[in-house]
Design a protein around this ligand. Structure first.
Ligand code: MN
Length: 722
């Protein structure tokens, strides 16, 4: 007979923790009537499964909502009860947990390739990372299914075991839930390599009496030495999980007798200091084996595991491992993240907080160990950047997109053709609009048409978020709408010319197009039409070229030119020797900004070149006899100018995914536009990013520099060309 709900309820009531027994009972009532008539492979009524899962979670001291959700975890998928019903009866927290567990079930897993394992683990974690309790329920669900796997057919036993070994046990390990991980591994192994499993089991059995005696003796000897500590340490002896022995014997090819840590003694003390004291005593009593001592108290494992480990040689010449830890460390070691609920009863955690997501992300990022299970999950640590959303295709592939991405971005991330022919989208089964903003965990399906003349319209450019999608949309518009683009581009250029009162010939426009590397004037117009070159840029080019050409023609004599430019109206926000609106150019070597002290230098051909006074080129030439001092002009900034200037920043940062995006966001969020950006990886592994921005002055620039210095990973930000 299976464990009944009445037994569960009894346990709930006698336990130390305050549970809402009415809520849990209501969940049981709903689940048991919903699953009415359904049976498990074992022949037991289906409800025995959710009750067993709830029991596992109760033993982990999980909270009321988790227990409630676990009783309901299969109803949405397997019965006609909807999520809305659960939300109304049990609140949105329970509904979100049930929804999360149901969705994980929908993520298709692929056990065929090693790399895909890591990818799948990542998927599961991502899907569940909104609320860690979802993972814990799913693990309990899987653990019970493993315990009852004997009732299913061999094909399923193998498949489910492989899945558990590949994904669920590593996740349990990752979250530090050691006892769950070990049980999952051992059951999986018993199906995946039944022969080896039995052999190890037999060997352990043969030596069971010896082993028990051995451990008892060790325990006694240790108690003799430390028993007068207050409170006396708790000493446990144990044999390691079958799978961990299996790995050493069958995978690493060691002799069964050679495995040091088949035997393990655990000493649980009160404080950190006691841990080190006991370690000293142990090393005094037994001979420590070199290189086997590990201090996980000073440097905890990524999953927060802490303990001192040492392997020593007993009198009998048998090596054994000693783990020394405090009660708190022990709790974390056994229950991992679940320990949180065990001792912090009543602590309510907010759902969907960034904090919770971050916590998992940090775990994933900090993976540095490399035992076998670790290796599988090693590559999980990839791009779980918080400013990305991770969504799934109906086939279960993960797509990572910038936060704020829409279904259009998703469609283009799958394939250009899918994007171009997209007529609609479904998210987790529901139709959504084109501007639907994707959330992590969404399962997205794109509807397309085969109609030849269907394609994106220019509005999509405003809806798409990712550069990739925008580029592809522009590309399509460019190719498929060339005639319209040319017309639009031509109209734009004509209106610009008209507005600025500039008259140019067709050849001059063609020359302009050629100068900016367009094959023809038509290509130039087309590019304007599809957005390949921005309107602002084009109007800038037009003004720069045509006006300047007109005004600088024939200027060779500096003196004559000074006289000339003093008459001209070409303000760039500086006053040259008391004259405003003078044709100037800012020196490339130092790129002065308002706020800098400046000086002008008359150049042949293009007016006054403005340098910073501190510029090396000025310092080197100013005052030298052959420099012609009359060529240097007092120059200062005009007040109240709202002109923007170019400045280039040299950013050095540790290379990471999302760095460039973070830098551009930091700049763009101040409404400063970026006119150029070049990134490269330096020899020492750091990244160098040169970014040119349009800026009003030194003050604003300093603001941006300090903002950039706060971007994660940025080592220094300096203005280029000091
Ligand atoms: Mn289930």
């Amino acid at each position: 007979m299976f464990f009944t709900f009445d037994n569960l309820l009894k346990k709930i009531k006698i336990g130390e923790k305050n549970y809402d027994a009415d809520k849990i009972t209501a969940a049981y009532d709903l689940a048991s009537s919903a699953h009415e008539g359904q049976t498990r492979s074992s022949g037991e009524p289906y409800i025995s499964h959710p009750v067993a899962v709830a029991l596992i979670l109760l033993e982990m001291c999980m909270d009321t909502d988790t227990i409630t959700a676990s009783l309901l975890h299969d109803v949405v998928e397997d019965t006609n009860i909807t999520l809305d019903v659960i939300r109304k009866k049990f609140g949105s927290d329970v509904a979100a947990l049930v929804d999360g567990v149901t969705k994980i079930g929908l993520v298709p897993l692929n056990t065929s390739k090693e790399e895909q394992n890591a990818e799948n683990i990542r998927k599961i974690l991502i899907a569940m990372s909104r609320d860690i309790r979802v993972i814990i329920i799913k693990l309990a669900d899987r653990l019970h299914n493993m315990r009852t796997l004997g009732f299913t057919d061999p094909e399923k036993q193998r498949r489910v075991s492989l899945e558990t070994m590949s994904f669920y046990a590593p996740i349990a390990h990752r979250l530090g839930i050691a006892d769950m991980k070990e049980e999952m591994e051992d059951i999986s192994l018993s199906y995946l390599d039944a022969y080896a499993f039995k052999e190890i089991e037999e060997k352990l059995k043969i030596h069971k009496r010896e082993r028990d005696e051995f451990i008892e003796k060790i325990k006694e000897r240790i108690i003799d030495r430390v028993g007068d500590m207050n409170p006396p340490p708790v000493i446990e002896g144990r044999v390691k999980g079958i799978y961990s022995i299996y790995k050493k014997v069958y995978i690493n090819g060691k002799d069964f007798e050679e495995i040091y840590d088949v035997y393990a003694v655990r000493i649980i003390v009160r404080s950190d200091i006691d841990c080190y004291n006991v370690l000293g005593i142990i090393h005094d009593m037994f001979t420590p084996i070199p290189y086997r001592f590990k201090d996980y108290i000073a440097t905890p494992k990524a999953n927060r595991y802490q303990s001192l480990h040492t392997t020593v040689l007993g009198k009998e010449g048998v090596p054994f491992e000693v783990q020394i830890r405090t009660v708190e460390m022990h709790n974390t070691a056994q229950h991992g993240v679940a320990a949180h609920w065990r001792y912090k009863a009543g602590l309510s955690l907010k759902r969907n907080t960034g904090e919770r997501f971050d916590w998992i992300r940090r775990i994933l990022e900090q993976q540095q160990e490399s035992d076998d299970v670790e290796q599988i999950a090693e590559s999980i640590k990839v791009d779980l950047a918080p400013d990305e959303v991770h969504v799934f295709t109906p086939q279960g592939d993960v797509k990572s997109l910038p936060e704020g991405s829409t279904v259009i971005d998703f469609a283009y991330s799958i394939h250009t053709h899918i994007g171009n022919k997209m007529t609609g989208a479904r998210v987790s089964g529901r139709m959504v609009k084109f501007d639907y903003v994707l959330k992590t965990g969404d399962i997205v399906e794109i509807m397309t048409t085969n109609s030849a003349d269907y394609g994106p319209n220019p509005d999509w450019l405003n809806i798409a978020k990712s550069g990739e999608a925008k580029a592809k949309i522009r590309n399509w518009l460019k190719r498929e709408r060339r005639d319209e683009n040319i017309e639009a581009g031509r109209a734009f250029v004509e209106s610009e010319l008209k507005r600025d009162n500039i008259e140019v010939k067709e050849e001059e426009l063609a020359a302009l197009a050629e100068k900016h590397r367009f094959n023809s004037l038509e290509d130039f117009y087309a590019a304007i039409g599809y957005g390949g070159v921005t309107a602002t840029k084009v109007s800038f080019w037009i003004k720069e070229d045509f006006v300047r050409k007109d005004e600088t023609a024939g200027q060779t004599d500096p003196d004559a030119y000074i006289a000339e430019i003093r008459k001209k109206k070409q303000s760039r926000g500086v006053i040259v020797e008391g004259i405003e609106d003078c044709l100037v150019k800012f020196a490339q070597c130092c790129n002065p900004l308002p706020g800098d002290e400046i000086i002008g230098f008359v150049t042949r051909g293009y007016g006054v070149s403005v340098h910073k006074k501190s510029c090396v080129n000025v310092q080197g030439r100013l005052g030298k006899p052959d420099s012609g001092e009359e060529r240097w002009l007092e120059t200062k900034w005009a007040d109240g100018s709202n002109i923007l200037y170019s400045a280039t920043l040299d950013i050095i940062a540790t290379e990471r995914k999302g760095l460039i995006a973070d830098i551009t966001v930091a700049i763009a969020s101040n409404n400063i536009s970026i006119s150029g950006l070049v990134g490269r990886v330096l020899k020492n592994g750091n990244a160098s990013v040169l970014v040119t921005i349009e800026i009003a002055g030194v003050e604003q620039l300093n603001g941006i520099i300090s903002k950039l210095n706060r971007v994660q990973g940025v080592i220094s930000t300096e203005r280029a060309g000091k």
